[in-house]
Design a binder for this molecule. Sequence first.
Ligand code: SF4
Ligand code: MG
Length: 324
Amino acid sequence: SEPLLSVEGLSTYFYTDRGVAKAVGDVSYSINPGETLGVVGESGCGKSVTALSVMRLIPEPPGRIVSGKIMFDGTDLLSLSEKQMRHVRGNKISMIFQEPMTSLNPVFRVGDQIAETLILHEDLSKKAARDRSVELLKKVGIPSPESRVEDYPHQMSGGMRQRVMIAMALACNPKLIIADEPTTALDVTIQAQILELMDNLRETTGTAIQLITHDLGVIAETAHKVVVMYAGRVVEQAEVRELFNNPLHPYTRGLMRSIPGLGAHADKERLETIPGMVPSLLNLPQGCRFHDRCRHAFDRCRLEEPQLDPAADGHLVRCWLCQE
Ligand code: SF4
Ligand code: MG
């Protein structure tokens, strides 16, 4: 079947006083209907900018989508007017962010905020919107939703607020939810509950999810396919099982060594972090962008950048070690 979202050769740059920051460079991936795609990488790797590009929420200037195609449900989003794009954002693609406190309005009751979304997009009466709000809070597992709709955001825990955000994201039955670090601010137990909730909702509603995270452990729990990003590039891409069984890029392997109790490293108690820092997007190194942190780097890596090439069925990798 046709992918729901297909991003092809997307590049998004920021034109700053200090130079051009190449935040996203030639990124391609696709998501099938009802599927979860995990996008993983350290902060500054371009995963959020990629998502904001899909939503057409890049501030212009200084940002600009310099090339690419973003096909969603048969339409190239880059060809839409702002008005048409607002319709897509409200009805077809929803976004969930890390800290719900900043996305929820502190002076309105949560029920009114959900109702407002519904009234805006679905033309419901006040009474009907309120009933739907209660229903949505119930759907995301909030106990006593009839009284909880009266709460202000600060009266709820972080986990409850994130459930409210998920309820709002579901309000218009989107085909795709883009969740940017949705559980990063939550403690581990609540994080697992929220991920499970999202996965259950995906199954019952058929919504696809693009799950953005710095934590490969989160991906292991929920994603079908994974895109690993580094310094604006996709460096590896595979089905989740293939990626965890057979990680090929030295960066992906480094990320795996930093997850507790995973795969081949489960016996090795000590967790490792990847030494060094992400290069500046204003001043990217020549050759492979990972070379100064890579323990396998050799001469060619410092001169020429490898392409993203197939290594196995559906498994792509950008590394000279995998090209022979
Ligand atoms: Fe390391 Fe070279 Fe592969 Fe880059 S291309 S990840 S530097 S081995
Ligand atoms: Mg981010």
